[in-house]
Design a protein around this ligand. Structure first.
Ligand SMILES: [Fe+2]
Length: 184
């Protein structure tokens, strides 16, 4: 298959597996986010279908699949923004697209951090040096993802604890840890 045809079929498959990309209203930002996932999958040696098997975490005994967690948290973030906006209107200083894009991209670096070897999942050779917030920023920056979304990726997990998080990052951080602590 010619590489451009292969790339478009990978994009189509990604869109089937993660319809939550459609929650990003800006088509330009949505496409940058999709391209970041495809770049990350390729660099990690994975295909879109692998997201159904890659574990969401290496820290829990019975982790949920990566794809399910990312989809759930993206939906949670959109719902949280919609609810807060309904009640507080302009008092809510958070951008919906930045939040949802950040939610979908925050863990894309796990495609470089994790690898499957000798029948089990573990840290890859890259993952031993760089956790996913770092690789995630590099991958998204290469696709032109704007700085407010890069901040969500960079500061969403423990690495961001010492720094002030933006409103979007605060919402995502709590949705993400709700998902992780309750479901793994
Ligand atoms: Fe994460």
């Amino acid at each position: 298959m010619p590489s451009s045809t292969a790339a478009s079929s990978e994009l189509e498959r990604l869109r089937q597996l993660v319809p939550e990309f459609q929650l990003i209203r800006s088509s330009e930002l949505r496409e940058k986010c999709e391209r970041t996932w495809l770049r990350a999958l390729k660099e990690g040696g994975f295909t879109p279908d692998d997201i159904q098997n890659i574990p969401n975490s290496l820290l829990t005994k019975d982790p949920v699949p990566f794809a399910v967690s990312k989809r759930a948290v993206a939906r949670m973030c959109a719902a949280m923004w919609d609810t807060l906006h309904e009640y507080y209107g302009e008092r809510l200083k958070a951008d919906r697209d930045t939040l949802v894009a950040g939610a979908l991209l925050a863990d894309a670096g796990k495609f470089l951090e994790y690898s499957y070897k000798d029948g089990k999942w573990g840290k890859s050779s890259v993952g031993k040096f760089l956790r996913h917030p770092f690789t995630g920023v590099a991958l998204a920056h290469a696709e032109g993802v704007p700085a407010p979304v890069l901040h969500v990726i960079a500061a969403h997990s423990k690495e961001g604890d010492p720094y002030p998080r933006t409103p979007e990052c605060i919402i995502f951080h709590h949705a993400d840890f709700t998902d992780f602590e309750l479901l793994g």
